[in-house]
Write a protein that binds this ligand. Structure first.
Ligand code: ADP
Ligand code: TYD
Length: 211
């Protein structure tokens, strides 16, 4: 996050089905109770333009989409979200909780697709305009568990339809990324109960809350 910003920026990361949306709702209630105005964003999405880009990225008819195209589309959706929502919210002192952010590109495009983590961050340096989360929660879950949770939910999208070894590279990629930046990225075992995970998240968020 840039120096002159007053808000709190937290991102939630992890494989598909790891419980990000569930935990974001609980974290929202916690931060509201502390007096924060909360903005929740999801990626790709969160603005009219970004949601349109999301429809293109996740369309399961577009099996021919190139990995670089995919990476650039995620970055475009993110650029619009940062400009239109995240930056203004942080400047206004709000708490922003993002369901995925740039680390998703580092892991999915950089590691699982094989473009390279450096390339993924490089592409995204234009999109994020210097804004990074102060805290990233990594919900660590075996790929198979996440996918079976998703299968109980809705129709699977283009990414969720990838073979299991892709999702295994994602789960492993997150572990590696977290080990490279342990000050910012905090790993939590997402096989625990919903309440226990929330408790761990609160332990990490509490020091960021302004008294
Ligand atoms: P994500 O946003 O990461 O895709 P969700 O929060 O939508 O994940 O959770 C995916 C599914 O798993 C939902 O049906 C949710 O109720 C369930 N779920 C979430 N957290 C847990 C948990 N700790 N244990 C078991 N099931 C969970
Ligand atoms: P979404 O439904 O938001 O994720 P989840 O299934 O975890 O609720 O779908 C977003 C998909 O896009 C998900 O499979 C992860 C992937 N993704 C990337 O590959 N790169 C990115 O930069 C982002 C933000 C998401």
């Amino acid at each position: 996050m840039q120096e002159n910003m007053k808000g709190i920026f937290i991102s939630m990361e992890g494989p598909d089905g790891s419980g990000k949306s569930t935990q974001i709702e609980l974290l929202k209630a916690y931060l509201e109770d502390k007096g924060y105005e909360i903005i929740i964003t999801r990626e790709p999405g969160g603005t009219v333009i970004s949601e349109d880009i999301r429809r293109i990225i996740l369309n399961k008819d577009y099996a021919e989409m190139g990995y670089m195209t995919e990476a650039l589309l995620y970055a475009s959706a993110r650029a619009q979200l940062v400009t239109e929502v995240i930056k203004p919210a942080l400047e206004a002192g709000k708490a922003v909780i993002s369901d995925r952010f740039v680390d998703s590109s580092a892991v999915y495009q950089g590691m699982a697709r094989g473009l390279g983590v450096e390339t993924a961050y490089q592409i995204n340096s234009y999109a994020i305009q210097g804004i990074m989360p102060q805290l990233t929660i990594h919900l660590d879950l075996p790929a198979q568990v996440g996918i079976s949770r998703k299968k109980n939910q809705a129709e699977l999208d283009r990414m969720e339809l990838e073979a299991i070894d892709f999702h295994e590279r994602v789960a492993e990629g997150y572990r590696k990324l977290a080990s490279l930046d342990p000050d910012r990225i905090k790993t939590i075992d997402a096989t625990m109960s919903i309440d226990d995970i929330h408790g761990k998240i609160v332990d990490y968020v509490e020091p960021l809350v302004k008294k």
